[in-house]
Design a protein around this ligand. Sequence first.
Ligand code: ADP
Ligand code: MG
Length: 315
Amino acid sequence: MPGEFQIIREHFQREAGVDDLVLGIGDDGAVLRPRPGFDQVVVTDTLVEGRHFPAGFPPEDIGWRALAVNLSDIAAMGAVPRFAFLNLTLRGPDDTWLHRFAGGFFELAARAGVALAGGDTTEGPLSVTVTVIGEVITGGAVRRDGARPGDLVCISGRPGEAAAGLEILQSNGSGDVLIRRFRRPEPRLQLGGKLPGLASAAIDVSDGLLADLDHVMTASGTGAKLELASLPVSDALRDHAGEHAADYVLAGGDDYELCFCVPAGQRDTVAALAEQPVTIIGEVVAGTGVEVIAPDGRPYVSGRRGFEHFRGMQA
Ligand code: ADP
Ligand code: MG
C-alpha cells in the first residue's frame, strides 16, 4: 500500500516550469516570487463528500471540480490563476482512485496554466480543499462593493443548467449536456481576466443567481431589478424544466458563471465579450435587495431559494 510520500510523488509532484515558482512540492514550504506590478488574490474552497458531491462521484470529476470552484472565485476577482495547493483527506490510499482524481485535476490545471505548488495529505472522511493564488494588475481586483445605480447587471453562460444536471443525476437519469454542466463546471477565466477596468463589481454564482447577486448588492449598498424576460434559458434547460426554467436560472446553484455589473456606457463592450454568451439581465438601482420583474410589470417570486450551509437545500 502506498504511503503518504509515495502518493505525493506518484500523483501530485509534477514539473511546473514557471519561473515565479522558486520552490515547489517536496520541501517544508513552497517559495513563490510575486511579480512586480501585480497584486495577489488568494481563494480557498472545500468539497466534502455527501455535501458538495454525491458519494461515488467519479474521482476525475472531483479533481476537476475542486480546482474549478476555486478558479471561478479567481475569475470573479478579475484575476489570472497561477498556483494551487491541494489538501486531501482520503479514506485510504486507493491508487486507482488517486490516478483518476489527479487526471481530472491536472486536466483543468494544464488548461488554466496553474502549477500545483504544495498541499497536505491526511486520512479521514473524503474531503478536498484547494487553495489558488492568482494575480491581478496592482489595484485592479474586482470587488463586490463597487456597483452603482444605473449599472447594467450581466450574467455569463447558461445558469440553471448545472442544477438541472444534478437533479437528473440524483434521479439516475441521463442528459449529457446538463449532467456535464454539473460534473465539469467551466470557470470563466477568460472573461474574468477582462473584468478589471470594465466591471464595477462581480461575483461567481455558486449558490444561485439571486442569492449571489444579493451579496453584491448588500456590499455595494444598492439594489437590483432584473427582467424575467431577459434571463438566458437554454433549450436543454427548457426541455428539462419547462415553465419552471426561470427558477433554475435564478436559484439553481453550482453554475460557476460570473455575475457582474458594468457602467451603462459599457453596453457595447459587454456585447463584444465573445468567449461565451454574456446576457444583460437588469440594472442596479438605489435601494436594497434583488427584484425580478415579470413581463406584465409585476414582481416575480422565484419558486426556488439559493443554497446556504446549515439551512439545507430548498427546491
Ligand atoms: P510536512 O510534514 O513538512 O508538513 P508534508 O509531508 O505534509 O510536509 O508534505 C511534503 C511536501 O509535499 C510539501 O511540499 C507539501 O506541500 C507537499 N504535499 C503534500 N500533500 C500534497 C498534495 N496532496 N498535493 C500536493 N502537494 C502535497
Ligand atoms: Mg504537512
